[in-house]
Design a protein around this ligand. Structure first.
Ligand SMILES: C[S@@+](CC[C@H](N)C(=O)[O-])C[C@H]1O[C@@H](n2cnc3c(N)ncnc32)[C@H](O)[C@@H]1O
Length: 309
């Protein structure tokens, strides 16, 4: 099969990016910066970056395949005013943007998590709105478009004390994104647009990286390895599974590390070495070094130690 050539220049490896980021240095100019959260297949991001060459765009998306499709689209335009990161927008705004540095944040069709029991996964909580507020310049704005009326009502309920004033309107489909087309094909003709304008600054500090320690243990037994869920002051760690390669004397432990709503799937290696068994993060793990990741390393270390006592 013939390879499809794309420019990888718009894709930033967030692990290698300094935090908070000097976006003027990344783009090579001091143009205003706008952010799109959850750009999906990139139809809208490609369009606005083409229509507004004097604006720099940063996109956050979680799915690799969608980022690949977006890179293909961006390759066709060849513009240099857009960068994309495979990163949860919560970590992106908390760690990569200084306060008062973004002119406009766009989010089209955030997952509505319609079931009552799933509502805890929704993005635009009061805390997240305060974070967005703090990263916006004075007078900056957040635009949210949704297909789900209850989601719009929920966002409106969260606005109190977030420093935003809100305008909302019913709109026809006109963004042409993959998900919008899907709803239109399903018969929906009315959508909901919220424009939240910053009128008061809400300070939210930059989140610092946590130091990630590696551990050494004398002995290790992979049989029956597990640990109970850990949860303390917004940090939670849960054990998922362990794989063990007896020939290489190496275990790979899968855990989920959560800092509040920011959940990261991480892999921790327990590998035999001449000095003992080393407990480290797996190489190539693209994660944010948060408190929960640091705690996950400690949980795996303590469980490994206990398993041989
Ligand atoms: C329903 S899709 C909409 C995609 C696109 N905006 C469109 O209209 O076709 C929601 C997208 O948001 C992304 N997403 C959800 N939560 C996110 C978060 N916290 N940070 C970054 N992306 C997120 C998902 O990966 C998904 O691609």
């Amino acid at each position: 099969m013939k390879a499809f050539y794309v420019s990888l220049k718009p894709f930033l490896n967030h692990g290698a990016l300094s935090r908070p980021t000097d976006w003027a240095a990344v783009f090579g100019n001091g143009h205003p910066v706008e952010v799109e959260i959850g750009f999906g297949n990139g139809e809208y991001l490609e369009r606005i970056s083409r229509e507004l060459p004097q604006v720099n765009f940063v996109g956050f998306e979680q799915y690799c395949e969608r980022i690949q499709r977006t890179l293909r689209k961006l390759s066709r335009t060849g513009l240099d005013n857009v960068r994309v990161l495979r990163l949860d927008a919560r970590a992106g705004l908390e760690r990569f943007f200084l306060p008062k540095t973004i002119a406009l944040v766009h989010c089209l069709y955030p997952p509505p998590w319609p079931k009552k029991s799933d509502a805890k996964h929704r993005l635009f909580t009061g805390d997240f709105l305060k974070l967005v507020n703090s990263r916006l310049i004075d007078g900056g704005a957040l635009k949210i478009v949704t297909d789900h009326h209850p989601y719009m009502d929920w966002v409106r309920d969260n606005i109190r004390d977030t420093g935003f004033s809100v305008e909302f309107k019913n709109i026809p489909a006109h963004y042409g994104t993959k998900f919008e087309k899907k709803w239109v094909e399903g018969g929906q003709s009315e959508f909901y647009e919220l424009l939240l304008t910053k009128h008061q600054h809400i300070p939210v500090g930059i989140k610092e990286d946590s130091v990630l320690q590696s551990y050494l243990i004398n002995d290790f037994n992979p049989d029956n390895f597990s640990f109970n869920d850990y949860s303390h002051e917004g940090v939670a760690v849960s054990f998922k599974e362990i794989l063990y390669d007896a020939k290489k004397k190496t275990a790979l432990v899968h855990v989920i590390a959560c800092d509040g709503p920011l959940a990261q799937n991480i892999r921790i290696v327990i590998a035999h070495s001449p000095k003992g068994w080393r407990v480290n993060l797996a190489e190539g793990t693209m994660l944010m070094p948060t408190m929960a990741v640091s705690q996950a390393l400690e949980c795996v270390y303590l469980a490994a130690k206990k398993n041989v006592e």
